[in-house]
Design a protein around this ligand. Sequence first.
Ligand code: GTP
Ligand code: MG
Ligand code: ZN
Length: 373
Amino acid sequence: MKNTHNKSQLPGELFLPRLVKLGWLPFFQQQYEKSAADSTPARVVGVHRHVYSVTQGDGVFHVSLAGRLYNQAGGIYPVVGDWVLVKEQVITTIFTRNNLLSRKITGGKSGRKAGVYDEQGIAANLDFAFIVCGLDRDYNLARIERYLTLAYNCGIQPVILLSKADLQQNPEQFVSEVEAIAPGVPVYSLSLYDTDAVTAVSTLLYPHRTATLIGSSGAGKSTLINHLAGKNIRQTQAVGKRVGKGRHTTTSRDLFLLPGGGMVIDNPGIREIGLSRQVTESTNAFPDIEALAGQCRFSNCTHTCEPGCRVLEAIGTGEISSRRLNNYIKLNNELDYTRERQNKSADRVEKERWQHISKKVKNLKNRRSQQWK
Ligand SMILES: Nc1nc2c(ncn2[C@@H]2O[C@H](COP(=O)(O)OP(=O)(O)OP(=O)(O)O)[C@@H](O)[C@H]2O)c(=O)[nH]1
Ligand SMILES: [Mg+2]
Ligand SMILES: [Zn+2]
C-alpha cells in the first residue's frame, strides 16, 4: 500500500478528514485505537473474488485477505462498505460493522442442497438502502414490501426510489400508492430527464453518508449512479436488449464517492430476496397491521379465520387490502422459518415441516370423509 501512515499520525490533519469523508465514525475510531499500531484503516470499495479494492480517500489499492480470516469458522469475508485494517497489502482485521445488508440464498439452486441456505452479505455500514423500482413492468407493491422487510430486518433505513417516472403520465399517483404501503418511508419518483429529483436524492447523502442501491435488474440503478456522479461511471443497458444469462448488466458490487459528498454502492439486480433477521427490535414494514394485530381477541391470532380478529375486520372495511395481509403473513412465515433454521438442524426442521403438512392433509381428508357420511 502506498500510504504507510502509522497510528500516531492518524488523528493528523491530513489523514482523518479524508477518512471522515469516507464515512469514518467514532465507532470505528474506538476499534482502531485498540488495534495494532502498524496497520492502517481503509474502506472496501470493491470485491472481486480474492482481491479487494480499498481506499483511504486518495485512490484505490488492491489488497488480499489474511489467511487467518479465511480459515475462521465459515470464513469471514469483507463486503463492500466494510472498514478494514490493512498491513502490507493484506487485510488483517474487519472492523465490527454498524450494520450489514444481507440476504438468504435458499437451496435447490446453483448446486446447493435443497432446503439449505447461505447468508450473502450485500454491503456494510450503510445509512440507507435505496430500493429502486421502475415505473414500468417492474412496479410491484409486494416486492417493495419484501425489500422493506429485508432492510428493516438488517436495521437499515429504507428509501424508495420510483425510477422511469417519464413513462407514466401521473407518477405522483404511484408515489401516493407506495407511501400508503410504506408508512414513514421517504418515496421519490425519478427520471433520466429530471435533474431536480436526482439532486433531492443526492442531498440525502450529503456530506458523507452511504447508500446501497437494490432492486431488480433493469430498474435503473446504474443509470441513477451515473446521474449522481455526473458522468458515466457505470455501464447501463436497455431491458429489451438483455438476453439469456447476460440479463444483469451490472455484475459487481462497487462503492463510489460522489463529487458533492456521500457514497453510493451499485449492485447487480437481485432476483431472489431471501429474508434474514439480524436485529430483533426493528421497525416493521407493516406497522398498520401490527397495530391492529395487537387488538385481536387472541394474542396468537393468525389473522386467517379467528373470531374477534381486528385485522380481518379491517380487511372487511377496506382499511387494509387482502393483498397486503397475504404478503404480511407470507413474509412472516418465511422469517419464522429461517429463524427456526438458525436454532435447529436443517434436517430436523424439514422433518417437522413435513410432519406438519401431512397432519394437515390427514385432517382435511377426515373432514371430507365426514362430510360425505
Ligand atoms: N425511460 C427511462 N428509462 C430509464 C430510466 N432510468 C433508466 N432507464 C433505462 O433502463 C435501462 C436499465 O437501466 P440500468 O441502469 O442498466 O439498470 P440496472 O438497475 O443497473 O440493471 P442491472 O445492472 O442489470 O441490475 C436502461 O436502458 C436505461 O436507459 C428513466 O428514468 N427513464
Ligand atoms: Mg446496473
Ligand atoms: Zn387477528
